[in-house]
Design a protein around this ligand. Structure first.
Ligand code: FAD
Length: 251
């Protein structure tokens, strides 16, 4: 649960703003190019952002919607896509009941619409791909973790990576078709035949910690406040050093 140096900041000259930090202060126009439905409540929105400065897996951005009368709403969203040179990024949004911004995306937004984005933000939750990563997520908390999984695959990285992801049911498991052997899903309300129903427990976490790759795991936890507390307690109880647990809370 610490803030550490990442490649974005490692070479920073004290007092001098870096290119990435500069980009993060500038609002850029993003054009919606594609909408993909992931689950009944979650969809992925692909955005063309020609001036995007690049990001590391795990980072998020600030998104702004502005109405004709000048009223603006801003929200943080994790970046779901792996870093690449396509000039596009992807966000996956849960539809929050009566949600101002997620509601607009799920009911109004169409390809060709524009929004504004500012980022990337937070080097703290970024995974540079250079250390074993143990990922624990719940609900849309899987979004920044999926960027890490996609990056791991795209770069064919040799470092171990494992993911535990909690969803209410198989239908609500975001990216289900894309998850591979690195992922263990946990279902809290209904599960396929033969799979137990219940919360993430020590029985899920302990075997992964027992694998102990050389140099140990860096743990990334993402989800609601309640999930973040629960998952980080499980990690500490299983022996994960507290200073090697990074938490992103969507609550
Ligand atoms: C760093 C960070 C990254 C995030 N990344 C993502 C992401 O990748 N995908 C994603 O879907 N969301 C993400 N969020 C949450 C996102 O920022 C918004 O809070 C969420 O989309 C709701 O905004 P809204 O405008 O739709 O709802 P609002 O109009 O802000 O809220 C409407 C109502 O819903 C309640 N509410 C607000 N948020 C939630 C919630 N998450 N769950 C349940 N009820 C809620 C509010 O209390 C209010 O009553 C992230 C948050 C943070 C801090």
């Amino acid at each position: 649960m610490t803030e550490t140096t990442t490649p974005l900041t490692r070479f920073a000259v004290p007092g001098r703003i870096t290119v990435s930090e500069q980009a993060a202060t500038v609002w850029q126009t993003a054009t919606l190019t594609e909408i993909r439905h992931e689950t009944p409540r979650a969809a992925t929105f692909r955005l063309a952002v020609p001036g995007w400065a690049g990001h590391l897996p795990g980072q998020h951005l600030m998104l702004r919607l502005t109405a004709a009368d000048g009223y603006a709403a801003q929200r943080h969203y994790s970046i779901a896509s792996a870093p690449d040179d396509s000039g596009h990024i992807e966000l996956t949004l849960d539809r929050v009941p009566d949600g101002e911004v997620s509601g607009w995306f799920h009911t109004v937004a169409r390809p060709g619409d524009t929004v504004e984005v500012r980022g990337p933000l937070s080097g703290f939750f970024a995974w540079p791909g250079d250390r074993p990563a143990l990922l624990l997520g719940a609900g849309s908390g899987v979004v920044p973790l999926m960027s890490m999984v996609r990056y791991h695959r795209a770069r064919d990285l040799g470092v171990p990576l494992r993911m535990l992801v909690s969803a209410r049911s198989p239908e609500e498991l975001i990216y289900a078709a894309e998850l591979g052997a690195e992922t263990t899903p946990v279902f809290t309300r209904s599960a396929p035949p033969g799979v137990p129903v219940g919360r993430m427990t020590a029985a899920h976490v302990a075997p992964l910690l027992a694998e102990q790759p050389s140099h140990g795991w860096e743990a990334y936890v993402c989800g609601s406040n309640a999930f973040a507390e629960h998952a980080s307690r499980l990690l500490v109880a299983a022996g994960q050093p507290v200073e090697r647990i990074r938490i992103e809370r969507f609550g």
